[in-house]
Design a protein around this ligand. Structure first.
Ligand SMILES: *[C@@H]1O[C@H](CO)[C@@H](O)[C@H](O)[C@H]1NC(C)=O
Ligand SMILES: *[C@@H]1O[C@H](CO)[C@@H](O)[C@H](O)[C@H]1NC(C)=O
Ligand SMILES: *[C@@H]1O[C@H](CO)[C@@H](O)[C@H](O)[C@H]1NC(C)=O
Ligand SMILES: *[C@@H]1O[C@H](CO)[C@@H](O)[C@H](O)[C@H]1NC(C)=O
Length: 543
């Protein structure tokens, strides 16, 4: 197979993924780094979320979860953590209605309009007990703190049908708040892409929110399902934001969408770091948190039934903000960092890459994509077509072909997308597990709508072709392979998932001559469950 690398797209991974280990801040990197933590929280739930609680009862519930946050913030501080991220819905839980969540709401002032430290000025705004506690927690432990809570914002009732103000005269937002290490509220982000959250409203416009830190420069803020969409995520990255804080409440779905699998894939595909804190809930299938940079990763995926209460992950992360200079920012007081945020908001409104130096794969890839020759200009001769069949994977009709023998080469196409695989099983693999190569180009329509082009090599759950695409977590077969696809998008997120939810760093990622992407991998540490190139066709999404 003739594979032309258009440009160096080489990831010389220095650190293997430290699966479920807790190395502490000992890992060192060349260059500057900071210490980050995420806490996977087993949220104490309200057993009757559909019944409205008065404020005192709601507060009592919120304080129970805040007590756990306090313990984890103290643990994190003892390990030198500079920024700590808590999960989505980690304070109130889920399954509220618009009215039953009322007692949990606070009105969160806009930090771009006013500078407020809830810990030192608790009297300035009524009904802000949660904000006060989070602020004091950040201040007491001397770390940046990211948490998710429920915000109530009054809005003007008008007869204008284009107004998104609900008929009760206020919005309710699923909201991330960020406090600096002295307790100042530095960022507020309203989740844009809701996932069946009837208690919350979609904000009228996507919010592109960042905050600056003295230890690592700028971070962008997003929540859970946002990770799959152009707004705000890709816009943040296009503006040069290379570090993301990411509270999530993600329900795992194999073979392509385990929480840590997509966190890892996004970090690699967009060349960014992501601090991802998930909820731990067995009944909802939620687990999977991680601290990922393009060159390193630490993650945790709990086993069903594990008794543990939660999991604090701590890792040293390289600073990726190209504008960050420790000294310069250190001198700036926090309010100035707020001003810098406003600058960003006014920056480039268009789709171009920002004036910030951008090292994200997105911008570079996009330029290459535009410059690259049209598909087919140098198309290699296709190998013989194998017998294909259609099977549902992640609710999408994938076109699959089975792998036969211990080594070989095959291609599968779905519409304009062709996926190609070269593979060789490792000698020690003697298993008879069934594998298939699948291609899907189309719009995913179940539990959300988004346009995709996906190439995936999967272990089938059973020995029948019809089992290909079903969930499976374990595998024994190790293989060396080259997986590539003729993607009609520069936004391709690569992942290699091995047995037992172990993430492997792809050995090599390259753009191909026709603008596609290739993933080369070998020497696996465990059996292959899924190798995936997950392409997002954002331009085909209907918002
Ligand atoms: C709670 O919400 C989740 C998803 O948000 C849903 O799967 C689950 O069935 C709900 N549980 C109850 C008791 O309503
Ligand atoms: C807070 O509530 C008290 C008592 O209801 C009221 O007197 C005060 O004006 C309120 N303060 C603010 C800032 O709204
Ligand atoms: C990713 O970012 C690093 C700098 O942080 C840069 O050297 C590298 O070229 C980038 N990779 C891609 C694929 O853009
Ligand atoms: C894979 O392992 C073999 C044998 O240990 C070694 O020779 C080879 O260099 C390794 N390849 C990579 C890419 O690490």
């Amino acid at each position: 197979m003739d594979l032309t690398a258009v440009a160096a797209f080489i990831f010389a991974f220095m650190f293997p993924s430290c699966h479920t280990s807790d190395p502490g801040p000992t890992e060192t990197t060349l260059g500057r780094s900071f210490i980050a933590a995420v806490y996977e929280h087993r949220v104490i739930l309200n057993p009757e979320p559909h019944v409205a609680l008065a404020r005192p009862a709601a507060l009592q519930h919120l304080h129970a979860n805040l007590d756990e946050y306090e313990r984890q913030a103290a643990r994190a501080a003892r390990q030198g953590v500079q920024i700590l991220v808590f999960p989505e819905d980690g304070l109130q839980g889920f399954n509220f209605s618009r009215s039953s969540i009322a007692g949990y709401l606070e009105t969160i002032p806009d930090p771009q309009q006013e500078s407020w430290n809830p810990c030192t000025e608790p009297g300035r705004h009524n009904n802000t007990e949660v904000l006060q506690r989070l602020s004091c927690m950040a201040r007491r432990h001397g770390l940046y703190l990211v948490a998710n809570m429920a915000d109530l914002q009054p809005c003007p009732l008008t007869s204008d049908p284009s107004s998104s103000c609900p008929s009760d005269g206020h919005w309710q937002f699923n909201t991330n708040v960020v406090f600096s290490s002295d307790g100042l509220l530095v960022a507020r982000y309203h989740k844009h892409n809701l996932y069946f959250e009837k208690a919350f409203d979609k904000p009228p416009h996507p919010e592109i929110i960042t905050f600056d830190t003295p230890f690592a420069g700028r971070f962008g803020v997003l929540t859970c399902f946002d990770l799959l969409f152009h707004e705000p995520t890709v816009t943040l990255v296009k503006r040069g934001v290379r570090q993301l804080v990411y509270p999530t409440g993600w329900m795992n779905q194999l073979p392509l969408m385990a929480a840590v699998q997509f966190q890892r894939a996004f970090s690699l595909g967009a060349n960014v770091s992501i601090l991802a804190a998930n909820i731990r809930s067995d009944p909802l299938g939620m687990t999977g948190s991680g601290i990922f940079s393009p060159m390193s990763g630490l993650h945790h995926h709990a086993r069903q039934g594990d008794a543990e209460e939660g999991r604090l992950l701590v890792a040293t992360v390289p600073v990726l903000d190209p504008l960050w200079t420790g000294e310069e920012v250190e001198k700036q007081a926090a309010p100035q960092s707020g001003e810098r945020n406003r600058e960003t908001m006014e920056e480039v409104r268009g789709e171009s890459c920002s004036s910030r130096p951008v090292d994200s794969g997105f911008c570079l890839k996009e330029e290459r994509y535009v410059d690259s020759p049209p598909p087919g200009a140098s198309a290699p001769s296709p190998p013989p077509s194998p017998a294909t069949f259609t099977s549902s994977m992640m609710y999408d009709p994938f076109t699959f072909a089975l792998l036969h023998g211990t080594e070989g080469e095959l291609s599968v196409c779905d519409g304009p997308l062709c996926c190609h695989l070269q593979y060789r099983q490792s000698l020690q693999s003697s298993s008879t597990e069934l594998y298939a190569l699948g291609a899907f180009a189309g719009t995913h329509t179940v539990n959300g709508r988004y346009a995709l082009q996906v190439c995936a090599l999967v272990r089938c759950a059973g020995s029948e072709a019809s089992s290909c695409g079903q969930e499976v977590e374990e595998a024994e077969t190790k293989m060396d392979f080259l997986l590539e696809g003729t993607f009609g998008t520069p936004y391709v997120y690569p992942s290699v998932l091995a047995s037992g939810l172990v993430l492997e760093q792809p050995e090599r990622l390259e753009r191909t001559a026709d603008g596609g992407m290739a993933l080369r991998h070998s020497n696996m540490s465990a059996g292959l469950v899924t190798a995936c190139l997950y392409g997002r066709m954002y331009h085909l999404d209907l918002d």
